[in-house]
Design a binder for this molecule. Structure first.
Ligand SMILES: C=C(O[C@@H]1C=C(C(=O)O)C=C[C@H]1O)C(=O)O
Length: 272
């Protein structure tokens, strides 16, 4: 039995929609990314689509499944910094960060400090834009909470951090990778292989049946089918060499900005 993390947000739907709910080898635990990051780190689950940043914290212990990720090259549509003032004016002001994210929280810090030269104060809060705006001048939301907030057309600046990252680095950005503790390779290699195959099959099937997924997203959150088609057009769910180098660039910058205590070396399993 492999206990996997199930993420309920629409950006993850292409990986979960066709994954068997009932399977003798699978048990799933639903949570937001920071929940899975913590559960994988303390052994409550065996494998999950964790924040890329969390891989950077645990790279000595974890391996990454190849060909699976949540990435974009440019705009993402759901990693949004809502701000009462232009980004360049945030120096000394307060930014509220969602408590569901690790990658985007640190991406925000890199963009603000390293690329915009501004140093705000940070608060961590649940994803509620109105409450965040009572305590802060800007607010980071991710995933469905960001989409829902943007669909309300709030009266503020909205920055898409995938787009900001691309403009400054020319690189793709990887938000989530599927990771698991390397010790499982010696203990349960056959189970890992089967589950990896199930994940790849589920993703292929979803990408070949996107119309069905778009309908599901519309039922979940509203918006037009065109909106959802456009949203999923941004995403890349594999992890080819271009995406890997964007991921490396992000993790290297996290280290250089002292957000990580050492420079991660990315290790994949199975080896290609
Ligand atoms: C694209 C997204 O990426 C998510 C962002 C994450 C993070 O910031 O830690 C974690 C998992 C990803 O699925 C999103 O939430 O919109």
């Amino acid at each position: 039995m492999i206990r996997i993390g199930h993420n309920p947000n629409t950006n993850m739907l292409p990986m979960f929609y066709f994954l068997p709910r009932e399977h003798p080898l699978l048990e799933s635990v639903t949570a937001e990314p920071t929940g899975h990051n913590a559960m994988l780190a303390d052994g409550r689950i065996d494998m999950a689509p964790i924040s890329a940043f969390s891989y950077g914290e645990h790279w000595r212990d974890y391996a990454i499944l190849p060909n699976l990720s949540v990435s974009t090259r440019g705009r993402v549509g759901s990693i949004l910094l809502f701000s009462k003032v232009p980004l360049t004016d945030l120096n000394g002001l307060t930014v509220a960060l969602t408590d569901t994210s690790a990658t985007s929280v640190n991406l925000t810090k890199i963009l603000l400090h390293h690329y915009y030269g501004v140093a705000p104060r940070y608060l961590t809060m649940p994803s509620d834009l109105q409450r965040m705006f009572t305590k802060a001048d800007a607010a980071l939301l991710i995933a469905d909470a960001a989409i829902q907030a943007a669909l309300q057309h709030p009266d503020c600046y909205i920055y898409d951090l995938g787009e900001e990252w691309f403009q400054h680095t020319g690189c793709s950005m990887t938000y989530a990778v599927w990771a698991f503790p390397k010790q499982l390779i010696t203990e349960r290699e056959e189970e890992l292989k089967i589950v990896y195959r199930l994940l790849l099959e589920a993703k292929s099937k979803a990408l070949a049946n996107m119309d069905e997924l778009l309908q599901t997203c519309q039922t979940m959150l509203g918006g037009s089918l065109d909106f959802w088609r456009d949203y999923f057009n941004q995403f890349k769910y594999d992890l080819d060499s271009t995406l890997r180098s964007g991921l490396k660039k992000y993790l290297d910058l996290c280290f250089e900005q002292k957000l990580l205590s050492n420079r991660p070396i990315l290790e994949y399993w199975p080896k290609e």
